[in-house]
Design a protein. Structure first.
Lengths: 236, 236
């Protein structure tokens, strides 16, 4: 039987063997929710890069560039890290380069050794679960966390995916069990559940409450972003 | 206001500043439960060491030596890692040297930069909480985990201590919030809560169910083990 495991932060990724695993990267607030939204709205591809410098390099080559650090847009780039910025006609068919504080770093770390890297968010939870059932590989859900520390929202997403796949995958590790229990406790009111988390407090100071509500909606889109080479594209 | 934070595994300790913090190390199954039990039963001191070689060195100098790896006693040492082995008349007044897979390594890592290192378990939860209220320092609860990964039982202990101290300390980080919620969910039946955790499955294979039940009892002893130099002694 295939196994599903959860890694609560990229700082613990060294403990996991990935040579038979698909890694699902989740940075619910807000990088992976932006990726899913953008690709669902017709963006052609998103190239995640770890550094602001790489993002600038791709901007100079013609990419539309999105750079976020500490939840704010970096000066000189085209897009911020709000999913609503990705619902834009001028982005249809475009190539985007993206760097964020936690999410794109996690993707960079995962792609070094995983069989495949896919992108998870509540917005595409059901489509992702359906696709993963058909794959022959184990799964590692990699929570992007916040600067190396676990965070609540990505852990809740990991628990939601584990819950959706619990009949087809073995859930052996305690990290998975804890994520699943936390999700189960709050599945009926995710917004209330995250309202006193550290990241939501950070985001609320920035006045982006509507991003938070949006990112906690399940199954808005039927796509699975997958990394091909160094670029994310949508599988429908 | 003082702050209480939780570190889910020693592999994340690099993310925490300890220069104003007491670190409470918890390895509920079973190292820190053994330490509390032994000191409560009259052991004079326990010297935690990170390696089997250091433990052997102290054994040769006259210490009673306890070495555990992968939940089993290492050949040639005097004591295993069961708390019941520490309820022994011949240990009264003795000096013990101890190395375990996870717990003593966590103590070694913590003592490099913490203000003080104390030992936590469900067995001394109330006494520990009472003592910490009187200290002027922040608290980091360091869960020993299992070979770098978070585990359920130590996380539940961290949640229990956070819950006991929530009126006197700020609980800001998501790791603390998650631990607290998991404890709150299972406080009325800890044994059922841990029954499908990875470590309990490992221990059950070794036939030590009674150790598990014992280690989950709250407030059996009124002592707080504290590290003085490189040796743990009981504060009453």
């Amino acid at each position: 039987m295939k196994q599903l495991d959860v890694c609560l932060t990229p700082d613990l990724l060294h403990l996991h063997k990935l040579n038979n695993s698909i890694v699902v990267v989740a940075d619910v607030f807000r990088a992976t929710s932006c990726m899913v939204t953008g690709l669902a709205y017709g963006v052609k591809s998103i190239t995640p890069v770890a550094s602001v410098e790489e993002c600038k390099f791709l901007q100079d080559k013609g990419f539309i560039a999105a750079a976020e650090r500490d939840a704010r847009k970096v000066e000189g780039f085209d897009l911020d890290n709000s999913p609503f910025s990705y619902m834009n006609e001028r982005l249809i068919g475009s190539q985007i380069a993206m760097t964020t504080t936690n999410g794109t770093l996690s993707i960079s770390k995962a792609k070094a050794s995983a069989v495949k890297v896919m992108i998870g968010s509540f917005l595409n939870l059901g489509a992702l679960a359906n696709h993963l059932r058909s794959e022959p590989y184990d799964i590692l859900v990699l929570c992007a966390g916040w600067k190396g520390r676990p965070n609540l929202e990505d852990t809740l997403f990991a628990g939601a995916l584990a819950d959706a796949l619990k009949d087809e995958f073995m859930l052996l590790e305690d990290g998975t069990l804890m994520a699943q229990r936390l999700y189960d406790q709050s599945r009926d009111n995710l917004l209330a559940s995250v309202s006193n988390s550290s990241h939501v407090r950070r985001l609320q100071r920035l006045g982006i409450q509507k991003d938070i509500s949006y990112c906690l909606q399940r199954d808005l889109y039927d796509i699975v972003p997958v990394l091909r080479g160094s670029t994310l594209v949508a599988m429908h």
